[in-house]
Design a protein around this ligand. Structure first.
Ligand SMILES: CC(C)(COP(=O)(O)OP(=O)(O)OC[C@H]1O[C@@H](n2cnc3c(N)ncnc32)[C@H](O)[C@@H]1OP(=O)(O)O)[C@@H](O)C(=O)NCCC(=O)NCCS
Length: 167
């Protein structure tokens, strides 16, 4: 398996992966919109040894208390059904965390399975006084420090970009 950043030729295979993995086209459309609007901070793909696109993740900017502190939101993360539970999702997140930290992005948030994302280092965001702008279960909104110490003194409302309001 190879993990690399998205290339132009990956756009349609990513679209089709997201339409396969999720019940609706919302995630596929969201990624298209975020990309079109220049809100792609990082898009990584996982490819099989045969070159098939089998996993994808996408990060876009979020604000905290209305401020742009270069924080990033992970959404979506998807692995092709027949390749799930082989560590590909975690491998994508580890690679992404390391790239984002290297580029100087300090913090990432995610909204998702509370028994999955802690495996990649995420903790409940409310433990750091952070909350999501949507009415979601407390444990589902999580945060990870990409650069140690960057959560110090930060709390409040985290908001995703406007493209998320339309999904
Ligand atoms: C969620 C998803 C991305 C996980 O990817 P994956 O490659 O299957 O996950 P990994 O193999 O890296 O998972 C490693 C660990 O997490 C566990 N795990 C995987 N999916 C899980 C889930 N949905 N809930 C809880 N634990 C999960 C695995 O059992 C494994 O645990 P173990 O190491 O203790 O055995 C993938 O299942 C998927 O695409 N699901 C459908 C889309 C989705 O729900 N995306 C997330 C919301 S945006």
């Amino acid at each position: 398996m190879l993990i690399r950043t998205e290339a132009p030729a990956d756009i349609l295979p990513i679209d089709s992966l997201l339409k396969t993995v999720f019940d609706t086209e919302a995630e596929a459309n969201l990624v298209m919109k975020l990309r079109e609007n220049g809100n792609r901070t990082l898009s990584l793909v996982a490819c099989s040894d045969e070159g098939e696109l089998i996993g994808h993740l996408f990060f876009s900017p979020v604000t905290v208390e209305g401020q742009d502190d270069n924080w990033q939101g992970l959404a979506p993360l998807a692995v092709k059904p027949e390749y799930q539970r082989q560590g590909i999702g975690l491998a994508l997140m580890e690679e992404a965390k390391s790239i984002l930290a290297e580029l100087g992005y300090p913090v990432a948030v995610v909204l998702g399975h509370s028994d999955y994302y802690p495996k990649a280092g995420f903790v409940k965001a409310s433990e750091h006084g952070l909350n999501c702008s949507w009415p979601v279960p407390d444990e589902a909104f999580m945060v990870v420090e990409l650069i140690p110490g960057s959560l110090a003194g930060k709390s409040g409302l985290v908001e995703y970009s406007t493209e998320f309001s339309d999904i």
